[in-house]
Design a protein around this ligand. Structure first.
Ligand SMILES: Cc1cc2nc3c(=O)[nH]c(=O)nc-3n(C[C@H](O)[C@H](O)[C@H](O)COP(=O)(O)OP(=O)(O)OC[C@H]3O[C@@H](n4cnc5c(N)ncnc54)[C@H](O)[C@@H]3O)c2cc1C
Length: 426
């Protein structure tokens, strides 16, 4: 049976989520990040330093995710749903700032909450993700201090992002801050804050969103190719927004022409062919380890086309207090919803009930598995029909064999595009 002794093993066995947490956590500067076009963002370690150091395994969400740890230990008494996880409240709503709602991915709730925290809670900054201006098909970690910055970085970017690589900006800030990332980024933050009290103190609010998985950079390049646009002419790429759900839009050439693919055309390709293996194992698609998690209210689509709506799961007491104050201050329009509505709206919830079988398949091929605690994977597996169980196991065996993941796959040191990191663009 393969085993994981060091963080390098997490990468070699295809379990890295590319969050950038190890880059932030390493005090010796021994970690650098590169974007591997066909995989995602991956860390490289200095062997002379990392060989005898195991510290970052403890903060690696590729290796372990504990649903019970909560965003900051202030979960309170929660409702439990085997597919949705723990929640204090579930809402459906949107940003009352029309421009924000229009440009955001779904209802703009994530950006509206972040704006509220800056404007009314006196928080210092928002650490999140935006387009890399020189390489529009890639992302970079960004810092926002005003509504206008948040507005310019809103909208989902279906390409690798490592927002945890910028956590030093939060740790070193004078006042509390907002962190926005995928569920795996929020899981990394929940592990990191236990090890770094200074970071814990400065995390004013952790926001995440529902996530079916991150496509690698090659996915975006495939779409650009499909639109027959030469890469060197690409000036700007957006995946969502400007209406709901919004089109994949590439601006190119010196005169700023645009070509688009519908959401279905673009996400269909990205989701199906270009997701990393680790994303297929993720039990946390609805983001249990943040204060608040948001996703598309797909049950309203296409009836409410163009005017996005979000489902909002409040996970912690801090999240509950913040969302109520933001609504009262006029930042959000909210109506009560439920875990059952989330299940009805989100195809991705089914994945959780298949993870147990996927892990069984890995064990059968002696591939090491990540540690998932508190997700009740065996319970949802028991409730799954035989046909789906067989498909989960056999599909994973096939994926492991076809992708060559039944053995370690060290990444050659020469490959990959170095990530730009710090000082983070403001
Ligand atoms: C890879 C991926 C897969 C997703 N899968 C689903 C799904 O299956 N179902 C679903 O309902 N929703 C999914 N979403 C989330 C959805 O697209 C919206 O982000 C969510 O509904 C919140 O909408 P909003 O309007 O409140 O967000 P906005 O107000 O538009 O804010 C989005 C925030 O996310 C940040 N961000 C953008 N891209 C990334 C990234 N790659 N990594 C980290 N942070 C990023 C931005 O910086 C911004 O702060 C996915 C998002 C991503 C990035």
């Amino acid at each position: 049976m393969g085993t994981i002794h060091r963080i390098q093993d997490v990468v070699d066995w295809g379990l890295c989520v590319g969050c950038g947490a190890c880059f932030y956590f390493c005090t010796q500067g021994a970690v650098r990040l590169t974007d591997i076009q066909s995989l995602g963002i991956r860390p490289r370690f200095k062997n002379d330093i990392c060989l005898n150091c195991n510290e970052c395994l403890a903060i690696c969400p590729g290796y372990s995710v504990d649903a019970l740890s909560g965003a900051n230990g202030n979960k309170g008494s929660c409702d439990q749903d085997p597919l949705v996880g723990s929640s204090l409240e579930v809402w459906e709503g949107f940003a009352r700032d029309e421009e924000l709602r229009h440009q955001a991915s779904s209802g703009g709730v994530v950006s509206a909450l972040a704006t509220y925290c800056l404007e009314k809670e006196g928080m210092s900054l928002v650490l999140h993700t935006g387009m890399h201006p020189a390489k529009p098909w890639a992302n970079q970690t960004v810092v926002s201090r005003h509504r206008q910055d948040i507005l310019s970085h809103c909208g989902s970017r279906y390409a690798p992002a490592s927002p945890c690589d910028g956590l030093a900006s939060i740790e070193q800030s004078e006042k509390p801050c907002v962190f926005i990332g995928k569920p795996c980024d929020a899981a990394a933050v929940s592990l990191l804050r236990r090890k770094r009290p200074a970071l814990d103190e400065k995390l004013g609010l952790v926001l995440t969103f529902f996530c079916a998985g991150t496509p690698c950079t090659q996915g975006t390049l495939d779409l650009v190719k499909r639109l027959a646009i030469p890469l060197e002419e690409v000036r700007h790429i957006r995946y969502r927004g400007n209406g709901w759900p919004g089109a994949f839009t590439v601006r190119y050439g010196s005169d700023g022409r645009e070509k688009t693919l519908t959401y279905e055309e673009s996400w269909g390709v990205l989701e199906r062919y270009r997701k990393s293996f680790r994303c297929h194992l993720c039990p946390d698609g609805l983001g249990e380890l943040a204060d608040i998690s948001c996703g598309d209210a797909w049950h309203r689509y296409p009836g409410e086309k163009d005017r996005g709506r979000s489902l909002v799961i409040v996970r912690t007491r801090r999240g509950r207090e913040t969302i109520r104050k933001a609504a009262k201050a006029g930042y959000l329009e909210l109506a009560s919803s439920s875990a059952a509505q989330v299940v009805a709206a989100q195809g991705l919830v089914k994945r959780r009930s298949e993870i147990f079988g996927r892990l069984l398949a890995m064990k059968a091929l002696r591939v090491p598995i990540p540690r998932f605690t508190g997700f009740e994977l065996d319970r949802s597996w028991r409730d799954t029909v035989l046909e789906v169980k067989l498909r989960s196991i056999l599909g994973t065996v096939k994926r492991l064999l076809v992708r060559g993941l039944w053995h370690k796959n060290p990444i050659p040191d020469v490959s990959g595009d170095p990530r730009q990191r710090g000082p983070f663009p403001e």
